[in-house]
Design a protein around this ligand. Sequence first.
Ligand SMILES: C[S@@+](CC[C@H](N)C(=O)[O-])C[C@H]1O[C@@H](n2cnc3c(N)ncnc32)[C@H](O)[C@@H]1O
Length: 204
Amino acid sequence: MIDSQQHWESVYSHKAADEVSWFQPHAASSLRLIEACTDTHAHIIDVGGGTSVLVDGLLDAGYRNLTVLDLAESALAASRQRLGARAQSVQWIAADITQADLPAARYDVWHDRAVFHFLTDPDDRARYVAQVLKSVKPGGHVIVATFGPGGPLQCSGLDVMRYAPGALHAEFGAPFRLLKHETEIHYTPAGKEQEFVYCYCVRA
Ligand SMILES: C[S@@+](CC[C@H](N)C(=O)[O-])C[C@H]1O[C@@H](n2cnc3c(N)ncnc32)[C@H](O)[C@@H]1O
């Protein structure tokens, strides 16, 4: 069986950034949620950022303490190439989020769009939540977007979990206070609709 890293490297080697089903020309909802809870000094990590243009939008808005983490080095390389010289001010981490050695109490914002829902093993989800607890500052913000109850059962050929807002928040538990949630219909480049749920929490 091909492992997860090989899977994602293969995806990014076969498809252009604007051909993948999760492509967004602008990460509008994520940017809006982040800008609403921070100033530009905030330390922000985009977990499983892939080739997302969220980092471009954050740089445009004046944020400078940015980290993008992804399992697929090729995705990070594509983002660095897209950003050119601006990529130098971003920290890039090629790692599995369930195993990465992240600094303690570093981030003001943890952002994840369409990564947590690939964790179908409860032990991996527990490891993920432990990473959030370790690396997000007390009082920091956690924005996680997954497929909603009406979303697809698979993405990129992999099984995914689907979450209503309450169920997604329950995965994180009491140390996280749910401030709000939003449902968004994403249109894939092929024109298909996908329901996403964004949960926006504060870490105690
Ligand atoms: C569906 S894509 C979403 C990319 C990006 N967040 C966006 O919204 O455009 C999922 C991303 O998560 C990455 N990924 C999957 N499992 C991961 C893991 N365990 N740790 C880190 N990244 C992971 C993949 O390489 C891929 O770039």
